[in-house]
Design a protein around this ligand. Structure first.
Ligand code: NAD
Length: 466
């Protein structure tokens, strides 16, 4: 392990206290490739302690009124707002509002002559929350907030690649009034601590956001316990651009939808279908605009894009570009075509240029698999039916964009796309209370404030005969 004593060292947060771990992992700064901090390499033992704390805290926390839990979430949101300028606070705030408007357990009473039916929503006890490295605080709070709002206690496992913001949030929990044991955060790798959490018999709910192969493993491990699972997974998101699209808006938005956050947002566009009559014009302007999408170091305010998350991920993304080249595709700009210049200190960082591929077949792995980096493929199409069929021909169905000025076409196409989210003439306009989530292999169990809230409760019907 590199250089050491001065390094920031994170600790697990269990039962309201920071607890050191027996072993640690190095965590790297993507912009330099240098070790930046040490992250606990937790395992079964730490999960046992966290589950015990979460179970002990459950009776007290779940017995509090929704209004009391709402106040705690609002305080946490205030503290997050003060401490971090990140999108994540919005989620805590939303869940605070949501729960304060909630009248307690969902209650329906129906008299059918001789019976009453009562329907309750009750919290599911200790929930296991596993989140990925991209948008790390946002996606963590998206899970923690609805879970504790509904009265659950939680054991969260952030990604080992991006653990620091979760650790910082732990420092605010006591101040916000979150009792010990309600939120426990255990750091470490998926195979070690993630699997220990998923396999634990006393953790009946697992909310997971991450990749489809990991979801398969989590599903296998959960099956013997019949756990309740919410899986928010990857995408291979198409943008469909018809000849009547407003290219002045479409081109900059599609550059952003392809390369924002280095293309490391599950909702990023990675296949662009352009109607044949405007294909050449689009391609020329799109490549020109992509070249303006500046790659830079974190302190460069003019940069639109930074480093990728890890060396392994950078290599994976590059391997797709190599394969495309071998298949005869053309790389129009970016990796291997243009030159990236970085300050000497950042030359070992995980940077690459936004890359546009064309002349590529729909069957190519670049058109089928999630790359999750700053790479997008542009291909022509002729008719509406054809493009719908091609856009739907992947296993994923998370997000799509449709560009056209024909309202009828927008409705027809959006409806037929196998995609949980469809933006038309825009991208990433979000309303957190709307359902969010993918179709097909992009997920199971939708999120969004109300939906996640429902996930974290169990419904019970009591029928009384009189
Ligand atoms: P990943 O599947 O590798 O890891 C996600 C989390 O699961 C991490 O915390 C990891 O440590 C843990 N994990 C890994 N193996 C595990 C195992 N065997 N058991 C238990 N936990 C395990 O995903 P990633 O690379 O961190 O994130 C990128 C992926 O997340 C992409 O596929 C992206 O599309 C997806 N994602 C989806 C959404 C969404 O809302 N649909 C949002 C963000 C990211």
């Amino acid at each position: 392990m590199a250089g050491t004593k001065a390094l920031l060292t994170l600790e697990n947060f269990i039962n309201g206290k920071f607890v050191p771990c027996n072993s640690y992992l190095d965590s790297y700064d993507p912009s330099t490739g240098e070790v930046y901090c040490r992250v606990p390499n937790s395992g079964k033992e730490e999960i046992e302690a966290a589950v015990e704390a979460a179970r002990a805290a459950f009776p007290g926390w779940s017995a509090r009124s929704p209004q009391e839990r709402s106040q705690v979430l609002h305080r946490l949101a205030d503290l997050l707002e003060q401490s971090l300028e990140e999108l994540a606070q919005a989620e805590s705030r939303d869940q605070g509002d949501e729960v304060s408007g909630w009248r307690g357990p969902r209650f329906r009473l129906r008299e059918l002559g001789y019976v009453y039916h009562h329907v309750f929503s009750i919290p599911g006890e200790a929930a296991g929350l596993i989140s990925p490295w991209n948008l790390p605080l946002y996606l963590l709070t998206w899970k923690v907030a609805p879970a504790i709002a509904a009265g659950n206690t939680v054991i969260a496992k952030p990604s080992e690649l991006t653990s620091v913001t979760a650790w910082m949030m732990c420092k605010l929990l006591e101040k916000a009034g979150v009792p010990p044991g309600v939120v426990n955060i255990v750091f470490g790798t998926g195979p070690r601590v993630g699997e220990a959490l998923v396999s634990h018999p006393e953790v009946p709910l697992i909310s997971f956001t991450g990749s489809q192969p990991t979801a398969e493993r989590i599903t296998q491990l959960s099956a013997p316990h019949c756990k309740k699972l919410s899986l928010e997974l990857g995408g291979k998101n198409p943008a469909i651009i018809f000849e009547d699209a407003n290219l002045e808006e479409c081109i900059p938005t599609t550059v952003r939808s392809s390369f924002a956050n280095q293309g490391e947002i599950c909702l990023c566009t990675s296949r662009i279908f352009v109607q044949k009559s405007i294909y050449s014009e689009f391609l020329e302007k799109f490549v020109q605009a992509t070249r303006m999408w500046k790659v830079g170091i974190p302190s460069d305010p003019s940069a639109s894009m930074g480093a990728l998350i890890s060396k392994a991920h950078l290599e994976k993304v590059r391997s797709y570009i190599k394969r495309a080249r071998l298949e005869g595709a053309q790389i129009l700009c970016g990796e291997g075509v243009d030159t990236l210049s970085l300050p000497p200190r950042n030359c070992a960082g995980y940077f690459m240029l936004p890359t546009v591929i064309t002349d590529i077949k729909d069957e190519s792995c670049c058109m089928k698999e999630e790359i999750f980096g700053p790479v997008t493929c542009v291909v022509p199409f002729e008719s509406e039916d054809e493009v719908i069929q091609r856009a739907n021909s992947v296993k994923y169905g998370l997000a799509a964009t449709v560009w056209s000025s024909n309202v009828g076409r927008i409705h027809r196409v959006a409806k037929k796309l196998q995609s949980g989210l469809v933006w038309t003439n825009c991208w990433l306009i979000r309303e957190l209370n709307l359902p969010f989530g993918g179709m097909k292999s992009s997920g199971v169990g939708r999120e969004g404030a109300k939906d996640s809230y429902e996930f974290f409760t169990e419904v019970k019907t009591i029928t009384i005969k009189h």
